[in-house]
Design a protein around this ligand. Structure first.
Ligand code: NAP
Length: 480
């Protein structure tokens, strides 16, 4: 059985405890590799390695840092097929999606921030004839990056790339549920010549290694992406330690479909927004509000499109809808489908575990599910399911649509579908979210601020926001 290893001080090593967790392939339900269950001893070793190289890396020229990072991005590209396959096996996502989205974006993240590091600049503020201020932006030192399982390498690189490009040394923890591509990435770091200790990757559970990482006194900043409950826990346990925190958390995103939208394009894109990656994207639109005049027509076309999604073995290049990530998550999603019915919802399509034949007969597949007839306040419409389940509801007035959209504790993203220019801007301005898409979904420019409001998080990632998060500003004032 393949044993995943930690990456500490440039070496691939076992965990100090020698303990391993089982890693399951979601499409088959079979254990296929072992993950080191790291603890504070591994963390201490990683912190020591990071501390030893911290100064050197901070003073390595911007160009050299960028060169090394670009080599890493090139290595991801030249290993794209193997990485996409590994992601599909580890996560259950369709291999075509893994290649086009996850792996493509992983190298794009690294290349983008390698360049951002060379372009980043700080401010100066002149005080007339009296003085001038300039602001230094230095690396923070040792930073922690914790990422979730839904986009394993994509979100892992999204965090470590700006941290490294801005001169920090990093201790990263991928999700224990999907550790494989971060492990393969550590091998690429060795091949790319990343100096030992600059990046350390510790595998294991949230409890055993995630917790100690967030509270380690030498780790000065934490960039976390995951669930809102875990984010709240991290805020609590680090309160009083004065760490910099960036928290990218859950979502329960609204999709607003107005009667004047481009009908066919909207149907196609709203299906993608609800079900891409088996609905396991923090940005998925799982509450779909449709203006009443087109409600029935939209519903019919939407259901037909959802029914046409090809469910199957994630390794089949024709598969569009793979497995959910774990047995626990499968059960969570199924329990929400049950709840939706108890709350008075009608299942229009889906609603069950999908059983494949052959290799994937024990896989954790859930049919893409559409529910109708729920009240906005019910739990199904309020809580993040993070699976292939969406709820459709009619609305009459623009103001009502805005209220419905804003009526949850979350505020990550929204999409608006309309050809009325003024309304598009008006509604976008009124939506409580960090990201609003108009007539599109998940169209990403890496320079833009990314993150949420309310329970969806604190702080922003992306572009300059990430470079600012991973640097400490110091103002210097000189009197003339
Ligand atoms: P999670 O359970 O909160 O876990 C996220 C990461 O935190 C994992 O690496 C996890 O490790 C670790 N962790 C767990 N407990 C911890 C603790 N006490 N201290 C430190 N780290 C701890 O979230 P998930 O189930 O992996 O991911 C799904 C969630 O992520 C959804 O809510 C989704 O909306 C959100 N998400 C948000 C964004 C965004 O940008 N806003 C993007 C993607 C996903 P283990 O896996 O080993 O437990």
């Amino acid at each position: 059985m393949q044993k995943i290893q930690n990456y500490i001080n440039g070496q691939l090593v076992s965990s100090a405890s020698g303990e391993y967790l089982e890693n399951v392939e979601p499409a088959t339900g079979k254990i296929y590799s072992l993950i080191p269950e790291s603890n504070s001893d591994d963390l201490d070793a990683a912190v020591a390695a990071a501390e030893a190289i911290q100064n050197d890396w901070a003073h390595t020229s911007l160009e050299k840092r960028a060169d090394i990072l670009c080599r890493l991005a090139d290595l991801i590209d030249s290993n794209a097929d193997a990485l996409a396959k590994a992601e599909a096996i580890d996560n259950g996502k369709a291999i075509s999606f893994a290649k086009a989205v996850d792996i493509y974006r992983s190298s794009a993240n690294i290349r983008f921030f390698a360049q951002a590091g060379t372009q980043f600049s700080s401010e100066s503020h002149a005080m007339g004839n009296l003085a001038i201020n300039y602001t230094l932006r230095d690396p923070i030192g040792i930073v922690g990056c914790i990422s979730p399982w839904n986009f394993p390498l994509y979100l892992f690189t999204w965090k470590i790339a700006p941290a490294l490009a801005s001169g920090n040394v990093v201790i990263a923890k991928p999700s224990e549920v999907t550790p494989m591509t971060a492990y393969l990435f550590s091998k690429l770091c060795i091949e790319a010549g990343l100096p030992a200790g600059v990046l350390n990757i510790l595998h294991g559970s949230g409890q055993s290694i995630g917790g100690p990482l967030t509270t380690h006194p030498k780790i000065k900043a934490i960039s976390f992406t995951g669930g809102s409950a875990t984010g709240a826990h991290i805020s609590k346990v680090t309160a009083g330690m004065f760490k910099k925190l960036s928290l990218e958390l859950g979502g329960k995103n609204p999709t607003l479909v107005f009667a004047d939208c481009d009908f066919e394009e909207t149907v196609n894109e709203v299906v993608k927004a609800a079900f891409s990656n088996q609905g396991q994207i923090c940005l998925c639109g799982s509450r779909i509000y449709i203006e009443r005049p087109i409600y029935e027509q939209f519903k019919t076309a939407f259901i037909a499109k959802v029914k046409s999604l090809r469910i199957g073995d994630p390794l089949d290049p024709n598969t569009q809808h793979g497995a959910t990530v774990s047995e626990a998550h499968l059960n969570k999603v199924l329990s929400y489908i049950e709840l939706a019915q108890q709350e008075g919802g009608t299942i229009l399509t889906g609603g069950k575990r999908h059983i494949e034949s052959g290799r994937c007969q024990n896989g954790y597949f859930v049919e893409p599910t559409v529910v109708e007839g729920l009240d906005n306040q019910c739990r199904t419409n309020q809580e993040e399911i993070f699976g292939p389940v969406c709820s459709i509801m009619p609305f009459d007035k623009e103001q009502e649509a805005i209220q419905l959209a804003n009526g949850t504790e979350y505020g990550l993203a929204a999409s608006i579908w309309t050809n009325d220019l003024k309304r598009a801007h008006r509604v976008a301005k009124s939506i409580e979210a960090g990201i609003v898409w108009i007539n599109c979904w998940l169209l990403r420019d890496l320079r833009t601020p990314f993150g949420g409001v309310k329970s969806s998080g604190v702080g922003r990632e992306g572009g300059l926001e990430a470079m600012r998060f991973f640097t400490e500003p110091k103002n210097v004032c000189i009197k003339y």
